[in-house]
Design a protein around this ligand. Sequence first.
Ligand code: AP5
Ligand code: MG
Length: 216
Amino acid sequence: MRIILLGPPGAGKGTEAELLVKHYHIPHISTGNIFRALYKDNTTVGKIAKEYIDRGQLVPDDITNEIVRNRLNHADAKKGFLFDGYPRNVDQAAWFDELLIQKEWKLDAVINIYVPDEVLIERISGRRVCESCGAVYHVTNKKPNVEGICDVDGGKLIQRADDMEETVQRRLRVYNEQTEPVIGYYQNKGAIVMIDGTQSIKEVDTAIKKVLGEMN
Ligand code: AP5
Ligand code: MG
């Protein structure tokens, strides 16, 4: 199964992706997670990406698209994939279409999780992530078993550097200007499903799986 998950910052893309990839046995490809891992590994690309991420801006398309091309060359991508946070502007979407044509691969679904801004801000401000494995929690909506400690690997839970209020406002502006048009891009191709992301984590998961079940 080949899926793209779209939605604004804090919509729950990463949270839902974790549930979906376990169910469908496909890799979770989050360009945001890849950039954070590259920074943690002290790479040049990671350092460049972090400058954009910390300002709430998009990392340039040439860097992002190359990362996607490389990731799709890994053997596990032959089983399918779930993209979270890519494509993030219309140029990336068009570039990605070309790549899929070259590979003779077709998308099964493009899913847009929509959530109003005030809910996004509450979700992002309460988000905590594991410093070592990146697992995502929330201070009230998705608590770890032990406060401040990751259930998966015992790592310390921290706030993402780009989750500070000013950067969040910038990310929302960038989303409205550059990423929202991607919804129209896929609508024009007649291939997008809208999911109400204000429901609980489980309800959103059920709604997405229902749609995917009907498509396959
Ligand atoms: P990225 O890491 O992709 O961040 P984002 O798109 O801003 O999205 P978030 O990770 O903030 O939100 P999410 O939708 O995953 O929500 P989550 O599941 O965590 O990108 C970071 C940066 O990298 C970008 O700003 C950009 O600079 C760069 N970048 C990445 N991709 C790029 C690209 N393609 N091109 C250029 N640059 C790129 O949930 C949020 C919180 O809500 C959590 O605490 C969670 O527990 C909680 N929650 C989730 N669902 C629910 C629910 N249904 N009910 C209640 N609480 C919920
Ligand atoms: Mg995420």
